[in-house]
Design a protein around this ligand. Structure first.
Ligand SMILES: Nc1ncnc2c1ncn2[C@@H]1O[C@H](COP(=O)(O)OP(=O)(O)OP(=O)(O)O)[C@@H](O)[C@H]1O
Ligand SMILES: [Mg+2]
Length: 238
């Protein structure tokens, strides 16, 4: 079986500085795969490259059987790859519902779009309750919910989430993680970047630890959760 996403020896640079130095990993359909690692390891750079926002200097990206090399960013969404970016990037003056609709900008199946908006409200009740309000009035955690809901509106084959729990209270973080688990249970394939290694590894099928542009350790979520070096470096144990 070929994987939904295959990344092979990917290298990405900002000018002369190589931020991703030849990483390889796969995401099989239905899996949750997580990239964890310290600040500046290259996780966001990797996701931005997969979305077509950055051009790699080397390596291969195969998504759903085709190379993404020559596919421009705006077409990558239409192939089924959605990105909920670090820092969320919702549109604060637009209503919550209009933010969600933006996520469906490539679709014209009206009934399907309405159904998926309802699904976002089912996943995140607060979004439904406040659908007509400006998105900028949402709290940080609620904006994160909106960013995830918006990414889902494109009906992605692969949902990429960049630090969905960043800056959230423990309760909000739990809610976001529970929703990721719910999405996984309903068959959504997810590539999850997280600082919260414990939470990410707990629900991941596969995990990769990144350090200064390289993947230094890979394994199942459970393997990595029990790995001594991971426990020391990322789970706050000594
Ligand atoms: N636009 C840019 N120009 C130059 N260097 C950049 C740029 N964006 C990121 N970098 C550098 O590339 C490296 C990787 O950054 P990246 O944002 O991918 O890390 P990250 O793993 O997502 O970190 P964090 O956990 O802090 O979000 C860092 O050294 C960063 O300073
Ligand atoms: Mg980042």
């Amino acid at each position: 079986m070929t994987a939904l996403l295959e990344v092979e020896d990917l290298r990405v640079a900002y000018g002369k500085i190589e931020a991703v130095k030849g990483i390889s990993f796969k995401v099989e359909a239905g899996q949750v795969v997580t990239l964890i690692g310290t600040n500046g390891a290259g996780k966001t750079t990797t996701l931005r490259t997969l979305s077509g926002l950055l051009k790699p200097v080397g390596g291969q990206i195969k998504f759903d059987g085709r190379s993404l090399k020559k596919v421009p960013a705006h077409q990558i969404v239409s192939l089924g790859l959605a990105h909920s970016p670090e820092g969320r990037h919702i549109f604060p003056r637009m209503t919550i519902e209009d933010n969600l609709r933006l996520g469906a900008f490539l679709r014209n199946d009206k009934a399907g779009i309405e159904k998926d908006i309802q699904r976002a409200y089912d996943l995140f009740a607060i979004l439904g309750e406040r659908r007509k309000q400006a998105a900028g009035t949402l709290s940080g955690g609620e904006q994160q919910m909106l960013a995830m809901g918006r990414a889902l509106m494109s009906q992605p084959k692969l949902l990429m989430l960049d630090e969905p729990s960043m800056g959230l209270s423990p309760i909000m973080m739990q809610k976001i993680m529970a929703t990721i688990a719910e999405l996984k249970a309903s068959g959504t394939t997810i590539l999850l970047v997280e600082q919260n290694a414990q939470a990410a590894l707990s629900l991941a099928d596969q995990g990769h630890v990144m350090e200064v542009g390289n993947i230094v350790l890979s394994g199942t979520g459970q393997d990595l959760l029990h790995d001594e070096s991971v426990r020391k470096a990322y789970l706050g144990e000594d």
